[in-house]
Design a protein around this ligand. Structure first.
Ligand code: ATP
Ligand code: MG
Length: 206
């Protein structure tokens, strides 16, 4: 029986917060593999401008390339519909061995939003969730929230902690806009990709 981790995100861009979380969870929960799933049209972010699926896919590939336990899945970006996690997981299930266990890995912010996601009850029946706190998140409140969700939906949300990294894609995009350094916040290859393709500049020269 395989244990497979799924790490959904916009990855605009991927950074060490995502990578540290995934690697810590992989070793702690003895996962065989983690699939990073760049979002196609994320329902929560559709109003905001996000980079193309192609750019986010390439950055995710570059960022995960040094880890042989990490793979990047095109399952959402190849779908023109809005990506709802419940549909993604059902689709992903069809591509793997029936006995495999799925673990959806998220930061705490996603847990707070979970009840706004499509078909939460069904979703929580499809896989376990591993939730890591992020800087700025009250750990007691997170535990309470997880307990409440597990009771209400008969869910399997497990709390974990990773070395706190106050890194976010939003912060990286803002730094670039302001001309500040992003060195050591994300993999060097991703940094080069961003500069080479002029991402996140005020005026995008393409
Ligand atoms: P944005 O600022 O654009 O929302 P982000 O940094 O939150 O970007 P996402 O692609 O939205 O990145 O996040 C994907 C997943 O990774 C989410 O579950 C999020 O909670 C988690 N995550 C992102 N950054 C961190 C971090 N520094 N520590 C722990 N989890 C994180
Ligand atoms: Mg986010």
């Amino acid at each position: 029986m395989k244990k497979i981790g799924l790490m959904g995100g916009t990855f605009d861009p991927i950074h060490y917060g995502h990578l540290v979380l995934a690697e810590q969870v992989r070793t702690r929960f003895k996962l065989d593999m983690i699939y990073f799933i760049p979002a196609g049209l994320p329902p929560h972010k559709k109003q905001k401008e996000i980079s193309s699926s192609k750019d986010r896919y390439f950055m995710t590939l570059l960022g995960t390339i040094t880890n042989s336990y990490f793979e990047v899945s095109k399952i959402e970006i190849e779908d023109d519909n809005i990506s709802y996690t419940v549909n993604t997981i059902k689709k992903f299930r069809e591509t793997i061995d029936n006995s495999s266990e799925l673990y959806f890995i998220t930061g705490a912010d996603a847990i707070y939003e979970l009840e706004t996601w499509k078909n939460v009850r069904e979703l929580l029946g499809l896989c376990s969730f591993i939730a890591a706190s992020r800087p700025g998140v009250d750990k007691n409140k997170l535990s309470e929230k997880i307990h409440m969700l597990n009771e209400k939906y008969n869910g399997r949300i497990i709390e974990t902690s990773v070395p706190a990294l106050a890194i976010s894609s939003t912060d990286i995009r803002e730094r670039i806009k302001k001309g500040q350094s992003i060195k050591y916040i994300l993999p060097e290859s991703v940094e080069y990709y961003i500069y080479k393709n002029n991402l996140y500049r005020e005026k995008q020269i393409r």
